[in-house]
Design a protein around this ligand. Structure first.
Ligand code: ATP
Ligand code: MG
Length: 423
């Protein structure tokens, strides 16, 4: 029969890689908890209106990339392309601002965008993200960046550079937008089709264009920081002071405007030199009016999301020590197999990982399998051992082996793994 293949741009994470993902996820959870964040688990399906209203109708995501469908009752549904809008929706819907003076939340999960699949760009990809609601102070911006810095360092990720910028607020941005329009007005015909549209609707996004041609044209464009109002400038300067206090190194990138419409003031990206064109490992910024725009009370907020696949490709997987299994039981013959079944059953209850080969086979083939599972110990039970009431326990590292009474084996292994685990 013909094979059925996975969908283009949507990949399987096989067990060897999934183990490394688990390690990275655990590290994220550990560090985020240190900073007082709680996990929020948000749905993959949302009403499409949520993203139309939050991300912006003229963004790439909404214009070209969203997976949309009509539900059976005609309701317009989207597979979420990002996490922030969903977290904000949930924050507003459940009145989280009433129960806590401020909220620090993180999420981990798949996002969906119908982009052209290529290195670092998938149609289903994973993000680890976080949002903080309730603080306007740039100190939280710096704290968040310092948390990301710590996270990347804890994974020993090298060569990521933090870039920061401020794109101002509704008071100062209109003047900047006008300055950009003036600058591009006589260069319009040289810009790509997308940027020609952006010129009318949101000229800031020309600065974000991935086309090298538009990038070159935008070289001498007005700079955001020159147009910030006093409050925004002070905010940005304090952010930089705090980053210095926290020992987080950064560079200013005045073209960093981000592709989503909801950002205000601080924007940032962690970029990696080794990732080529898709170089942003993590990105985010402040979005002080989004909660209100989605029907909530005025609430300043900031967030980021890390692209898991891009983080993974910058991570040295060999640094994650994986021991697949503690004990492999090699049983020879039906009687021995019955014993093996009992032994692993008892080991599982003690929290010791143990497997046996229910298909049996020769000792040689079973030992080969034990090796494949990188098993620490092998128990061997054959007719001889059964008649003597013992099992052979073999340490696969130093190859030492001894006979142990069957009745004592679980206790013995328990002793071994208890001392293993204690610090
Ligand atoms: P890019 O400029 O790379 O398209 P973006 O501005 O669309 O990124 P965000 O929406 O801010 O990205 O998403 C945050 C992070 O998620 C990105 O920095 C990136 O690491 C990751 N990411 C975004 N799109 C994809 C994708 N299609 N496949 C894999 N990772 C992605
Ligand atoms: Mg994108």
């Amino acid at each position: 029969m013909a094979q059925i293949q996975g969908i283009k741009g949507v990949k399987d994470v096989l067990p060897d890689e999934a183990r490394v993902w688990q390690h990275i996820r655990n590290k994220a959870r550990e560090i985020f908890h240190t900073f007082g964040y709680s996990e929020i688990i948000i749905p993959v399906l949302e009403s499409s209106e949520l993203f139309l209203r939050s991300i912006g109708e003229t963004t790439d995501i909404v214009e070209k990339e969203m997976y949309l469908f009509d539900d059976r009752d005609g309701k317009k549904i989207a597979l979420r392309p990002e996490g922030t809008a969903s977290v904000v929706r949930s924050f507003v819907e459940h009145n989280l601002s009433h129960s806590l003076p401020f909220s620090k939340l993180y999420y981990i999960g798949p996002m969906f965008r119908r982009e052209r699949p290529q290195a670092g760009r998938y149609r289903q990809f994973y993000q680890i993200g976080a949002e903080v609601f309730g603080f306007a102070s740039p100190q939280i911006d710096a704290e968040m960046l310092s948390m990301l810095d710590l996270f990347f360092n804890s994974l020993n990720i090298k060569g990521v550079e933090l870039q920061v910028n401020s794109i101002g607020c509704p008071i100062c941005r209109p003047a900047f937008r006008e300055a950009l329009r003036n600058f591009f007005s006589d260069k319009l015909s040289n810009l790509c089709d997308n940027c020609q549209r952006r010129y009318e609707l949101n000229p800031l996004r020309i600065l974000d264009c991935k086309s090298p041609h538009c990038h070159a044209i935008a070289e001498g464009a007005p700079k955001t920081l020159d147009y910030l109002c006093d409050d925004c400038l002070k905010h940005f300067n304090t952010l930089q002071d705090c980053l210095k206090l926290a020992g987080v190194s950064y560079n200013i990138n005045q073209r960093l405007v981000r592709g989503l419409d909801y950002y205000t003031r601080t924007t940032f990206e962690f970029v990696s030199g080794s990732l080529g064109a898709q170089n942003a490992v993590a990105a985010g910024g402040r979005y002080d009016s989004l909660v209100e725009e989605l029907g909530g009370p005025p609430t300043p907020a900031i967030g980021f999301s890390i692209g898991f696949e891009r983080l993974f490709s910058n991570f040295d997987s060999s640094s994650v020590a994986v021991k697949l299994i503690n004990v492999f039981v090699a049983a020879l013959g039906d009687k021995a197999q019955e014993k093996a079944f009992q032994i692993i059953n008892q080991l599982h209850k003690k929290g010791i990982s143990a497997i046996t080969d229910y298909d049996g086979g020769s000792l040689k083939s079973q030992m080969r399998k034990a090796d494949k599972f990188d098993s620490e110990f092998v128990l061997i039970i054959g007719d001889d051992e059964l008649s003597k009431g013992v099992v052979i326990i073999r340490n696969m590292k130093n190859k030492a082996q001894e006979e142990v009474p069957i009745t004592m084996i679980v206790e013995k292994l328990e002793g071994i793994f208890k001392t293993h685990d204690s610090p």
